[in-house]
Design a protein around this ligand. Sequence first.
Ligand SMILES: C[S@@+](CC[C@H](N)C(=O)[O-])C[C@H]1O[C@@H](n2cnc3c(N)ncnc32)[C@H](O)[C@@H]1O
Ligand SMILES: [Zn+2]
Length: 245
Amino acid sequence: MLRSKPPAVHRYEPDADWHRQLHERLGLGWPCTASPDFERLWLEVVEDVRLHGLSLGRNTYGGWDDADPGFARAIWCLMSHLRPAKVVETGVARGVTSRIILEAIERADTGHLWSIDLPAMDPTLHEEIGVAVPQTLSRRWTYITGTSRRRLPKLLSDIGPIGLFVHDSSHTERNILFELREAWPTIDNGAAVADDVQQSPGFARFAASLPGEATFVVEADDASAMFGIALKLDNCGQKPRFTAR
Ligand SMILES: C[S@@+](CC[C@H](N)C(=O)[O-])C[C@H]1O[C@@H](n2cnc3c(N)ncnc32)[C@H](O)[C@@H]1O
Ligand SMILES: [Zn+2]
């Protein structure tokens, strides 16, 4: 059963210079030193998924999109520089964002990812869950089945504080606001990112509630969606306390 795609309902002005500005906020030089590794990794991810007889893109998994390279690149950049010990995400599907996070954790040789995911309604799609994640990366991964509404509050109170939160589940205003408001207080010197923010005014409302924090809205590589980034640095605008590389 295919989920029908909601139309874009909120018009955001994307920040064309977001990547350079994000580096500036992190006290890092420009261009991003993590980008070349990402471009190599992305080709590997695409190829690994192809070996399962699948291709990445939009509307691939019961009407849901796989992460586009722009969103994945932003997550890789944040993972590489912030090196968070604990990462929480919502929305796994074929596991593209999970793979990117777990690759960064593996290279840092420390950290853990908790992913909350409501499997697709069509049970024939369940064998596709996490296909982008090789077995070798699963030792630092906890996959939790259920809705974020039921699972996220307890998970965060059990494991917090966290360094990165990734929203990629249901993109309704109610759900994105719920997840970001739950996760934000538990983020310590890190960031929250959210995919498909154009589907509701939720990210704009969330960003408006954070005066003084750096927030960005970014256009996906194929220009058909937008994602949001909110940085939570304890000394915003100056050198962050964590060891940025
Ligand atoms: C856009 S896909 C995730 C894509 C994935 N992050 C990737 O990069 O490949 C959204 C996923 O979230 C799941 N989902 C939908 N509503 C949810 C909810 N309320 N809580 C948790 N997961 C949900 C969907 O079934 C689907 O597996
Ligand atoms: Zn970077």
